[in-house]
Design a protein around this ligand. Structure first.
Ligand SMILES: [Zn+2]
Length: 176
């Protein structure tokens, strides 16, 4: 319900490849207009006409996703959420954490923001979306989930902050 997957070419990290030879050397036809002020051609519009430089195929390309690029972007957005949440971000503190009181919560929030102990075990996808901290013997977890902007379903593209509400949840380990 309400889940609209953006077309592949609109996803963060998308790039066109040739549907025949697989090359990523793709040209797109476009119009340019001479700029009298800048004395050079300026791009005015692109057409839905593509051309493979390697095999010469004309036609729609296959769009692929650069997963490494996407992971780095998601990782950066997650780090930013922990350190200074943006207007599309939410921070949720569970009922168990709320019983610790405002001063402890402030200390916990500072630990979450400063967390750097990522390993292959707690961060297998290198997205910086989970961590465990200990404060005065109390073990806590934090995690980040990606919802759409209406908080109804998963984000259609977690690497794109314009279509994502990131939620940072801080919980007691016993609440996990
Ligand atoms: Zn080709």
């Amino acid at each position: 319900m309400g889940y609209i997957q953006p077309s592949m070419d609109r996803m963060v990290g998308a790039y066109p490849t040739c549907s025949i030879c697989g090359s990523d050397q793709i040209q797109q036809e476009a119009f340019t207009k001479w700029s009298r002020a800048r004395l050079e051609w300026e791009l005015t519009s692109t057409l839905d006409v593509f051309f493979c430089e390697v095999c010469g195929l004309r036609g729609g390309p296959d769009w692929k996703l650069d997963e490494m690029f996407r992971r780095k972007r998601i990782c950066r957005l997650n780090d930013e959420l922990r350190r200074s949440p943006g207007e599309n971000d939410m921070v949720v503190v569970t009922a168990g954490v709320q019983t610790l009181g405002p001063e402890v919560i402030a200390d916990v929030s500072a630990l979450v923001a400063a967390f750097e102990a990522f390993t292959g075990d707690n961060d297998p996808h290198a997205e910086h979306d989970f961590g465990a901290i200990t404060l005065d013997g109390q073990k806590l977890f934090w995690k980040i989930d990606y919802f759409d902007r209406r908080l109804k379903t998963h984000s259609p593209d977690a690497a794109n902050p314009d279509v994502t509400c990131r939620v940072l949840t801080i919980m007691l380990a016993s609440e996990y």
